[in-house]
Design a binder for this molecule. Sequence first.
Ligand SMILES: C[S@@+](CC[C@H](N)C(=O)[O-])C[C@H]1O[C@@H](n2cnc3c(N)ncnc32)[C@H](O)[C@@H]1O
Length: 342
Amino acid sequence: MANNSILNKARYTENTDEWYTDYATVESEISHYSEQFQGKVVLCNCDDPYKSAFTTYFLKNFNTLKLKKLICTSYKGSRIVAQSTIVDDNYSPLVDNAAYVMVVEQFPNIEEVLLHGDSITDLINKLKVVKKLKGDGDFRSEECVEYLKEADIVVTNPPFSKFIDLFSLLVKYKKQYLLIGNQNAITYKEIFPFIKSGQAWIGYRFGDMAFKVPNDTQPRKYRFWVDETGQKWRSLGNAMWLTNLDNERKHQQLVLTCKYDPEKYPKYDDFDAINVSRVLEIPSDYTGIMGVPLTYLKYHNDSQFEIIGEANHGSDNEFDLFKPRIKGKDIFKRILIRKKIK
Ligand SMILES: C[S@@+](CC[C@H](N)C(=O)[O-])C[C@H]1O[C@@H](n2cnc3c(N)ncnc32)[C@H](O)[C@@H]1O
């Protein structure tokens, strides 16, 4: 059987590699982790100095977050054409077919910047903090890995097709991270074991997310619009933040109001576990294994439930325990959980 990760990669990454994150999306998530950024070196390694909302957010909040250093590296040849007056350390305007690194160790308070009539671009230029990279800015390249080694926390929305590569690199170098991804990544064999063992978890936003897309994106009926500036947008219903930074969400108790009833919670054909259709219907008194929708992870608190595995195809990875089926009817993939007995 074809590997699930490969299938998912092929299905979900064709068009999303050049989807750009909105500033509000970045701000609303990162603001939950402010204290954890204090004194840290932050790397945004799929982010250029002129298009990325991650870059703008960390520059604007450099002092509020008390960052030690901000490093942003860009990839050669992205498809959103820049309208920027940023120059590199040789005063050459940035071009789309080169890759750059921006290293910031001090940044004025944004209020003062605006008061003096300067823009963030003016400041970047004055500080001469952008220089050309030797290579293409691939986050896996030797020069980018050197920046990674320096970093404490990596924050970005990587191309979804390279999500596994980035995740694996962050694990290899034992980095903290806050990444935007597609929820399908949860069941990838390279990622699920970390979620199961409590080494990675979901951030706050899990579901809808809007992204700016390149001008040549074809219009479509759903999840596509053009704003008043002419910017094209697409949205994804199953986006997520994946992180290993502690957050309050993962310590909140899920309030359970339902009781187990064998009629309401049928068992799977090939596995001794009950099927729970909705997260809110998780029975408070069932102590066996339960198959719950993927959205459960948005509420997962590992002091309340343990993650036993997943039920997808029954073959994706060592924790994909069976294909969920009830009375011969296929059920959408499930996360398998069991109540923790205190
Ligand atoms: C999904 S877009 C997001 C861009 C930006 N991080 C944001 O959130 O707006 C992914 C970006 O990664 C760049 N990219 C593609 N392959 C890359 C690689 N191997 N290394 C680094 N960046 C890459 C793309 O050109 C694109 O700009």
